[in-house]
Design a protein around this ligand. Structure first.
Ligand code: FAD
Length: 389
């Protein structure tokens, strides 16, 4: 076969595209991946960088997602110990908190059960509060709870998965933008913006927030699903974070404070976004809302806009259901053109934490069209940090 002819061509070099590339290449498929910019330049470098079950999804009653994500967390802690670390997260409860201590304790108990006992939790005694979280507002505080979860560097994890894919023979191309693709004679003829032509038996759309834009470039156009894009902003502040803190924003939503590059990362927001995903940027209201929350919790270390080191913003892909963005499902939706023998597979939404198991589901679907050379279990493949481009 010529160099640019693959069994599978993946569009998108985020965690999902790289995860599918790793699993497919390890299964023996001749795999290519194209990324319009650089690996992890989309949402996979703009997240809160947590590998977690998602305590807040318990409120939505999504026990399956939490259970599966917690199991994935344990696998990633095992296979990527240099990039995923177990941490204590603190939850301060105030007399006016939307979620009272009994409710949070119940949630932590359920979280512990769903994790098979791998998310211990505890109450921190009042005399310890000032030592554990120096600078935190203790006015009206009624309890301090703590539980175990995990944190990562999302872009580093994505690059490590890509490096693993390359080690199994995957051809990864950065600065390679899909311009169009046509399905003829049982093969995809893909044209890059550079004019280069690639061919493949299957095309996998893992373009994140660009998923429906990529779909519009395909002929014949596959059926897709409508999605909403919801932007989430983070601020990096010049304060040493006393630890990982999970709390409520001023309007009652979840907000994380976490150490990042020796400073404090605070986020996130949920703002509906319409337009070109490449143009997403933090709004003035989001920045003001995050700063107000930070200043409420750390009044003696208060920051103003001029203190902000940097801001960043990522896009969630949410199925277009009626619920608000905050309560919309974070589950991954995998669609294909034909369940018996797909030529096109699209991966919508999901979490960083669950990329590996979703990638394995995609590769199982690929197996209906082209049987794999060998069976692979990526939960047994160690991931090591890859160098930055
Ligand atoms: C604010 C925020 C916080 C989050 N925090 C967490 C968290 O703490 N933990 C967690 O588990 N999950 C979290 N998530 C979810 C997680 O970040 C995403 O599920 C994940 O990063 C999505 O990865 P992806 O590969 O689907 O998309 P992306 O990372 O966006 O990758 C898609 C890629 O496709 C490329 N592309 C697009 N069009 C083309 C084209 N025509 N040709 C070639 N390439 C193209 C893009 O450049 C991009 O790199 C968060 C999400 C957001 C928005």
């Amino acid at each position: 076969m010529p160099e640019s002819s693959y069994d599978i061509l993946i569009v998108g070099g985020g965690i999902y595209g790289c995860g599918i590339a790793q699993s497919a290449a390890a299964s023996g498929y001749r795999t290519g991946l194209i990324e319009q910019h650089t690996l992890a330049s989309g949402t996979s470098s703009q997240s809160t960088k947590l590998i977690h079950g998602g305590l807040r999804y318990l409120e939505q009653g999504n026990l399956k997602l939490v259970y599966e994500a917690l199991a994935e967390r344990e696998r990633l802690l095992r296979i990527a110990p240099a990039m995923v670390s177990r941490e204590w997260f603190y939850i301060p409860i105030y007399r006016d908190s939307k979620r009272p201590a009994w409710m949070v304790r119940t949630g932590l108990l359920l979280y512990w059960l769903l994790s098979g006992g791998r998310s211990r939790f505890k109450s921190v005694a009042e005399p310890e509060w000032a030592n554990v979280l120096p600078g935190l507002n203790r006015d009206n505080m009624s309890a301090l709870l703590a539980y175990e979860d995990a944190a990562t560097d999302d872009a580093a994890l994505t690059r490590a998965v890509a490096a693993s894919a390359t080690s199994f023979g995957c051809d990864i191309r950065e600065h390679a933008e899909l311009a169009s693709a046509r399905y003829e004679n049982s093969r995809w003829q893909t044209t890059l913006a550079s004019g280069e032509q690639l061919t493949s038996r299957l095309l996998i759309n893992a373009a994140g927030a660009w998923i429906n834009r990529v779909q519009e470039l395909l002929q014949p156009a596959p059926a897709g699903i409508a999605v909403r894009l919801v932007q989430g902003t983070h601020l990096l502040l010049p304060r040493k974070s006393p630890g990982y803190i999970y709390t409520e924003s001023r309007d009652g939503r979840v907000m994380f404070f976490r150490p990042w590059q020796d400073q404090m990362l605070v986020g996130t927001t949920e703002t509906l976004f319409e337009g070109d995903p490449g143009d997403v940027s933090p709004t003035a209201q989001e920045i003001a809302a995050i700063l107000a929350t930070y200043n409420h919790y750390f009044p003696t270390l208060a920051c103003s806009e001029s203190d902000i080191i940097t801001t960043y913003c990522g896009l969630r892909v949410l199925p277009n259901e009626k619920s608000g963005p905050f309560s919309a499902s974070r589950e991954t939706v995998i669609c294909c053109d034909n369940n018996e023998s797909p030529a096109y597979i699209a991966v919508y939404g999901g979490k960083l934490t669950t990329y590996r198991q979703e990638a394995e589901k995609v590769v199982k679907l690929i197996g209906k069209t082209i049987p794999p050379l060998r069976k692979t279990d990526t939960s047994r493949i160690a991931l090591t940090p890859a160098s930055k481009p």
